[in-house]
Design a protein around this ligand. Sequence first.
Ligand SMILES: [Zn+2]
Length: 357
Amino acid sequence: MDTVPSIAPRDVDLERYDIVLDVRPYLGGVLIPGSAHAPLDDLLADPEAYAPDRRAHVLLVCDIGMRSAFAADHLRKAGYDSVASLEGGIDFWKREGLPTASAGSLTGPQLERYDRHIKLPGIGLEGQRGLLEASVAVVGAGGLGVPVISYLAAAGVGSLTVIDGDVVEISNLQRQPIFTSADIGVEKVSAVALYIASLNPEVNVRTHATTLTEENADDLFDGVDLVIDATDSFEARYAISDAGQRLGVPVVTGAVYRWEGQVTTLLPGGPCYRCIFPDPPDAGVVLDCELTGVLGSVVGTVGTLQATEAVNLITGTGTSLAGRLVMYDGRAARFDEVRVGPRNDCVGCGPYRSDGT
Ligand SMILES: [Zn+2]
């Protein structure tokens, strides 16, 4: 039985091959210039879709040379008589310092930076492109906003609008770990802009050192695809939810109280924040964390849930939190969830429902 030739990267003369097929299921890292993506299962099912001429010289590539050897053997048996598998795959190719290219609109450095996303089913190259093109507003650069900002910037969200009128205080450092002691007294949005620039210079950051209100919300959210409500007041949450309904923009809202937190998504048409909480609590019933205390890591958990939800919504992955209020109890290490639906007479989302209910 003849074996399929494996060829070492340094011995490859790309000019010799008519077709270079990358058989990885999801493209990660970099590619060989001129290669086409032929996921192994698809290639085996229909080789002619990728290599119509069985006499063509075909080079097959994968991560480490295993899948490509398997594919080469299969193609040989299917009548392709000049097929080779790249020994050691793209790993060896890179180690030899041979030329590489990017796939689609992602550059080589982007393929490297977002490699772990690109390998994830449900995100992949398409999802990463979606993240790179997304524009997200984060209201509040506090305990919730900090993990949201850091994960979304790291994830490559193309444009981040950060709205917060505060300066960094020493008491913030217990739960907002992107700020340092040197930032005390500095506008939060300025410190955030520097942080994002050093983490991921590709992210376009817009900052507003102001407090969001009913009056300025529409201007601040102009052109964004998604809003993250990381505020700590009922007034702001109503204003954000109402603006989301008016503008047709989804809002991922989070809140924390001592050891407990909650998170949900408010899609245009409801349920909105007013459906879930029609009236603000009486003054003094819910105190803010300045008075009651809050565990830093619990805020981090809830903010991180918001960041994950944002990625899911942008990439169209998973099941959205819309209609579900997820509650987290950090002391009991427990998650619970309640279903929430739109209220018939809701003034927040009622006017924006397509069915007119
Ligand atoms: Zn509503």
